[in-house]
Design a protein around this ligand. Structure first.
Ligand code: SAM
Length: 249
């Protein structure tokens, strides 16, 4: 019947969409691993250790992509017996990333009640004031248009006592190390991009965006200007990335 035909067609389409999303996810994950030599996984684990979430944590993970931080958060509270009343909201501006994340979340068998997915802009969050007690953004703030707006919005949606944490590429205080890192960045990364993803321009852009992003101290000052207190940072891998932290008091 016509109805039967449509049903088959629609399930085929859903399957195709699913495949496309899976491909995107796989490419994204492969590129992350290739460019950071797999180290991004270690950075993300350390990031969650530093946040060390406890019971009743309502986390907003902004620019959450395909869920790397959210899944680590859920595993962390589970493994440390702190999962009671914990919840994570993953928000990303790209609905494709969110769709991939949902598929990954199902495959990893996370309970739907502890994770929700939203499409939205970090510069204008679709949440009420004081909605969360933790905010994370990992490899997301570097590419936004107005960093100050993102920080202001983070401050707004956090409850008093809430914590802001950011994981982002940064600058190496040791200039010899920075030189070696620059050689790798400007010469190896675009080539890897070409070999693995078939394009070098986006990876050239990536490297340039890392160089343009404010250094640890300047970014820390921006976080303070948004109202956060007890702002600190920690370098990982000689400052290739840094973790910034601040509290809304
Ligand atoms: N946090 C994830 C991780 O660490 O694997 C994803 C990081 S990915 C490099 C950067 C993400 O930022 C992308 O998914 C992109 O869609 C998202 N993004 C870029 N601009 C954004 C904005 N203004 N608001 C929210 N998300 C944004």
């Amino acid at each position: 019947t016509h109805f039967g035909f449509e049903t088959v067609k629609e399930s085929e389409k859903a399957k195709k969409v699913h495949e496309v999303f899976e491909n995107v996810a796989q490419n994204y994950d492969v590129m992350n691993d290739a460019m950071s030599l797999g180290i991004h996984r270690v950075w993300k684990d350390i990031f969650l250790d530093r946040l060390s979430p406890t019971k009743n944590t309502k986390l907003l993970d902004v620019a959450g992509g395909t869920g790397d931080i959210a899944f680590r958060f859920l595993n962390h509270v589970k493994n440390s017996n702190q999962e009671e009343n914990c919840h994570v909201t993953v928000m990303d501006i790209n609905s494709n990333m969110v769709e991939v994340g949902k598929i990954r979340s199902e495959a990893l068998k996370f309970d739907k009640s502890v994770i929700s997915w939203e499409v939205g802009d970090a510069e204008c969050l679709p949440f009420k004031d004081n909605s969360f007690n933790a905010y994370t953004i990992a490899f997301g703030i570097r590419n936004v248009t107005h960093i100050d707006k993102v920080l202001e919005e983070a401050y707004r949606v956090l409850q008093p006592g809430g914590r802001f944490m950011c994981l982002e590429f940064s600058h190496l205080p040791n200039s010899a190390a920075q030189w070696v890192y620059d050689q790798y960045s400007f010469q190896v990364i675009p080539v890897l991009g070409k070999l693995i993803a078939g394009q070098w321009q986006p990876y050239q852009y990536l490297v340039e965006s890392i160089r343009k992003f404010p250094d640890q101290k300047n970014f820390g000052s921006m976080i303070e200007s948004a109202g956060f207190r007890s702002v600190t940072y920690e370098n990982l891998t000689l400052g290739v990335v840094a973790i910034h932290s601040g509290f809304k008091l």
